[in-house]
Design a protein around this ligand. Structure first.
Ligand code: SAM
Length: 239
């Protein structure tokens, strides 16, 4: 991935990722370029209105189709073609496989809704897919876009600086990560497992694998059902 476009009424929300941690580093080193687009800049009325009352009555407002459509069309006219991904609670729920799928694209176009949502006709004609970050409702798509961006950016080669850590992360290969410790070796009567101080790298690897399997079994048995323990893992963890 080299480019992310975010269509949002609150670009400040998303642009904060430019200065922070892993996402900030990826943008500073030029691995990813972030472009925010505000549908308000595509309005033609004096009030620059982006929302209107819902047909049929009821509470809240709905994002107007025309400014949004013009904004999406301007985004699509730039750079390489990419699907338009709407962030919404009714979409495919994001998980590790979904993040890997998005991370493999050359460009992401993320559309953030606000208010009661987006006029349905925009979703029908200009949106290719919908992604949810979970079964709950946010006030806007921006926090969801930030979640997608962070998860996708940390999967880009060279971004973490130590590639190994992304491979050990939870959900890679259907396993949770092993526990981590740092100094001091003894803290409030709790000691770091002796094996981690042994300097025996092969033993440490076996311990990590066994701990990862144990944690997965305890906390996410559903992952083991989907990604059964292989003979190689079973043997390695036993040694
Ligand atoms: N009335 C909509 C519904 O119940 O399906 C919810 C609208 S919500 C208040 C406003 C916007 O927040 C949505 O258009 C969507 O862009 C975003 N949003 C809310 N929940 C989300 C979720 N779980 N995942 C991704 N985006 C979400």
């Amino acid at each position: 991935m080299r480019r992310i476009d975010v269509i949002t009424l609150f670009p400040e929300w998303v642009e904060s990722l430019k200065g922070l941690g892993v996402t900030g580093r990826a943008m500073a080193q030029g691995t990813i370029s972030l472009h925010c687009w505000n549908p308000r800049d595509f309005t033609e009325d004096v009030h620059r209105s982006v929302d209107d009352r819902p047909y049929g009555g009821g509470p809240g407002m709905v994002m107007r189709p025309e400014p949004l459509a013009r904004c999406i069309e301007a985004v699509l006219a730039e750079d390489i073609a990419a699907p338009v991904s709407f962030l919404g609670p009714q979409g495919r729920v994001l998980d590790h496989d979904g993040v890997s799928e998005l991370a493999g694209r050359a460009r992401l176009i993320l559309l953030c809704g606000r208010y009661e949502g987006v006029d349905e006709r925009v979703l029908q004609t200009l949106v290719d897919e919908e992604w949810s970050i979970g079964d709950y409702v946010l006030s806007g798509g921006e926090p969801a876009a930030a979640v997608v961006m962070d998860a996708v950016i940390r999967q880009q080669p060279g971004v973490l600086g130590h590639e190994e850590s992304a491979l050990r992360d939870s959900f890679v290969g259907g396993r949770l990560d092993c526990p981590h410790y740092t100094r001091p070796a003894s803290w409030r009567s709790r000691d770091v497992p002796e094996v981690l101080l042994s300097g025996d790298h092969a033993r440490i690897e076996r311990w990590r694998l066994a701990e990862a399997l144990h944690r997965t079994r305890q906390q996410r048995p559903d992952l083991l059902a989907r990604y059964p323990v292989s003979e190689v893992e079973r043997a390695a963890a036993k040694k």
